[in-house]
Design a protein around this ligand. Structure first.
Ligand SMILES: Cc1ncc(COP(=O)(O)O)c(C=O)c1O
Length: 399
């Protein structure tokens, strides 16, 4: 086969394969208890309801659901997304502010294409979402990470980074961040908005997990403290089902126009069938009721995982306790390597994601991400017990 590097663009050569996708191959073996993926619980996919919605669209829309559609997205779905933002957040927007995307992952690629020149800095959280690191790296190698504290980004660091490096964008996940599970406080939201405004850094606010809150109360998006110079990304992946691949971008019309052209070049439009199916489902059923059920289950799973961790992990291991989302973030003492722990854990048939790939500068070697949404409580108990044993043995080799 072709091994010549000159076959490939510089862009293609500099972006590594997704480490998580590689890990998921190992973690996906049937006897492994996996806390590795960012997978929703499959038992919560509304299969019966989606089946009924599918029947209805075949009856009522027929071939139209299998036809090419507008690049902006299916009109009634754009309208639905717009109404939801108006109702939940009181945002003054119209359906023309909504571009339907093939999952929010596509939105990240379009953002990179439209907002980043090669060499431009893209700022994001540290640790940061791997899918964004990968998407942005195709367009610019200059990724700048801003340390995340328990209540949001380190503001001093953020300001210094904005002043010195003048990044084009700041990519933020203020609710139950992937990978850390951390949430920005109200104060930090206002400060981030203020700095983006002052330094003219375009805010890309990604919120796939905000609706999955099991404790505390919702906070306004960072973008709500800005007039312009921002966009919000959303998705049905965590509230309905990720296989549908339906997400959206909410932005001002000038930015959306550019994104639309990039989308046309990428895939013409998001699957008509998926969009019709999601819309029909949303029209026939109450999404809020469904989300309430998801919150209840994930809340129990989070509690179960935290209790199991308290029972079995050595006390020097720290863990975040998020009020929502799908992830816990674990920090081992300095000098530990979760890559080494991973080798041991996989032999004991339990998997997680080592933290290092979420850091572009090679940090985070002693951290890991645990997903609590995908496994049932008995598996969570058993998997955490196995991991606790691995940790005990691993830490004793370092003592
Ligand atoms: C922060 C964040 N953004 C975007 C995505 C991609 O989601 P989608 O399925 O909508 O492409 C994920 C998926 O896990 C995510 O965690």
């Amino acid at each position: 086969m072709d091994k010549k590097d000159d076959l490939f663009s510089r862009r293609a050569l500099r972006v590594p394969r997704s480490f998580i996708r590689e890990i998921l191959k190992v973690a996906g073996q049937p006897d492994v208890i996996s806390f590795a993926g960012g997978l929703p619980h499959p038992g919560l996919f509304p299969l019966k309801e989606l089946g009924a919605a599918m029947e209805r669209i075949l009856e009522e829309r027929g071939p139209e659901s299998f036809q090419y559609g507008p690049s902006e997205g299916f009109g009634p779905l754009r309208e639905w997304v717009c109404q939801r933002y108006r109702r939940r957040m009181g945002l003054d927007i119209t359906p023309e502010n909504v571009l339907i995307t093939t999952g929010s992952q596509q939105a990240l690629d379009l953002v990179g294409k439209v907002l980043l020149n090669d060499g431009d800095f893209a700022a994001m959280e540290r640790p940061g979402y791997l899918g964004a690191i990968q998407a942005f790296a195709f367009h610019s190698e200059a990724i700048l990470q801003v340390p995340l504290a328990a209540d949001g980004p380190d503001i001093k660091f953020l300001e210094a980074a904005f002043r010195q490096n003048r990044p084009r964008i700041f990519y933020a996940i203020p609710n139950f961040q992937n990978p850390s599970g951390l949430t920005y406080s109200l104060e930090k939201r206002k400060r981030v908005a203020e700095l983006c405004r002052r330094y003219k850094v375009f805010l890309v606010e990604d919120d796939p997990y905000g609706e999955l809150r099991f404790a505390g109360s919702d906070l306004p998006p960072v973008a709500s403290f800005m007039e312009d110079g921002c966009m919000m990304l959303g998705t049905f992946s965590k509230t309905v089902a990720p296989g549908l691949r339906v997400g959206w971008i909410l932005a001002g019309e000038t930015v959306l126009e550019r994104l639309l052209v990039a989308k046309q070049a990428a895939d013409l439009h998001t699957s008509t069938l998926s969009q019709h199916l999601v819309w029909q489902y949303l029209t026939m059923y109450d999404l809020d009721e469904h989300i309430a059920a998801i919150r209840k289950v994930y809340g129990r799973q989070r509690d179960g995982m935290i209790q199991a961790i308290r029972r079995t992990f050595p006390p020097e291991v720290m863990v975040t306790e998020p009020d929502g989302g799908m992830f816990l973030w674990v920090t081992l003492p300095e000098g530990c390597s979760t890559l080494e722990l991973f080798e041991r854990a996989i032999k004991e048939k339990v998997a997680f994601v080592p933290g290092a790939p979420f850091y572009v500068d090679g940090g985070g070697v002693n951290t890991m991400r645990l997903n609590f949404s995908n496994a049932d409580i008995p598996d969570i108990d058993e998997g955490i017990k196995r991991l606790g044993h691995c940790l005990d043995r691993y830490l004793s080799t370092l003592a």
